[in-house]
Design a protein around this ligand. Structure first.
Ligand code: UDP
Length: 325
């Protein structure tokens, strides 16, 4: 297939590109490089383009792609409260540009990166895909809106799609060529590693009074390489014309913030300096994925998603690759 990876210069997109190096697919990248890096695109053709520029998107999409993968969105929950306009513009309006160009050009296969944030504070744990979408922050709202648009575009325009709702993506390329690097960084594991090696003074733990055994939030972490493998299966799903489907991507295992800190101390053999602080707005107490659908229907299995492995890979990247850009 000929595939366009939108947002291929970012954290998850770049791991997808690296995985594509082992396939026969013909792959190109569209990215505005606002948060990603050109070096992450490896040897693939990069179309430097903002999704806001609909004419340019249209002309790029005229290159006969069979399938589009969309990783390009803003993901910072805190920022989405401060600047919701930026989130609705990019995550919704610009995505709509992309979808409309696809419909016009009859590109009918789409893989979309959604998020567990669409569920909000869940009433049932683990959360399966049938639970209602009740996001509790602007970021989650933007993803839920796109999911609703996609359902309508499937019905009316025959846009076949696989939607992946990511839980907490972590880890890095085991060869440490690429890894997680956001500016500013807001994610737990890279922040812990920064605190470990002195790039920041300490890790701030946001909230120690949650209704969990140790008072800190519980999350379901999935290795970026396992996540990318699910996309390869999603691609096959669409290639086989199996229709549109939503899949959670997580393991169902939960780790509290303090447990992640403990694992990081073990892996790095260093102390993690911490500061305990108030809750961060928009954080749910506990998110655990019910992922049996991805396992039974896609044949997905998470092989690297144990906490020690994820931190080991992230730490190797942090030491070898991080900040070398
Ligand atoms: N967290 C924290 N300190 C930080 C960053 C994150 O205590 O500096 C906590 C956060 O409150 C959440 C968990 O770590 O409970 C995972 O946060 P992250 O931002 O990595 O992912 P999210 O779950 O928000 O998608």
């Amino acid at each position: 297939m000929k595939i366009l990876v939108v947002g291929g210069a970012g954290y998850i997109g770049s791991h997808m590109l690296k995985r594509f190096q082992d396939t026969e697919h013909k792959v190109e990248v569209l990215d505005n490089l606002s948060t990603g890096f050109e070096t992450n695109c490896l040897d693939f053709t990069l179309h430097k383009c903002d999704l806001a520029n609909r004419e340019k998107v249209y002309s790029i999409l005229q290159n006969n792609y069979d399938l589009v993968m969309h990783f390009a969105s803003y993901i910072n929950v805190g920022e989405s409260y401060i600047n919701p306009k930026k989130y609705y513009e990019n995550n919704v309006t610009n995505t709509l540009n992309l979808l409309d160009c696809m419909v016009d050009l009859k590109i009918s296969k789409f893989i979309f990166s959604s998020t567990a944030a669409v569920y909000g504070e869940p009433s049932l744990i683990p959360i399966d895909e049938e639970q209602p979408l009740k996001p509790v922050n602007p970021y989650g709202n933007t993803k839920a809106i796109v999911e609703n648009i996609l359902a309508d575009y499937q019905t009316t325009y025959g846009l076949n799609q696989v939607i992946f709702r990511y839980f907490n993506v972590a880890g890095a390329d085991p060869e440490a060529e690429i890894g997680e690097f956001h500016q500013p960084e807001t994610h737990l594991i890279p922040l812990i590693l920064d605190a470990v090696d002195g790039k920041r003074d300490a890790l701030t733990i946001f909230g120690t009074d949650y209704d969990t055994p140790d008072g800190t939030c519980i999350r379901d972490y999935v290795h970026v390489c396992d996540l990318v493998e699910a996309h390869i299966l999603g691609l096959k799903w669409l290639q086989e014309d199996r229709g549109s489907r939503v899949f959670n991507l997580g393991t169902g295992d939960g780790f509290s913030v303090r447990e992640v800190v403990e694992h990081a101390a073990q892996v790095t053999k260093k102390t993690v300096p911490i500061i305990e602080s108030a809750r961060r707005p928009g954080d749910c107490t506990k998110l655990l994925s019910g992922s049996s659908r991805a396992v039974s229907e896609l044949g997905w299995s998470a092989t690297r998603s144990n906490m020690k492995q994820m931190i080991t890979d992230a730490w190797r990247w942090h030491q070898n690759g991080d900040y070398k850009k």
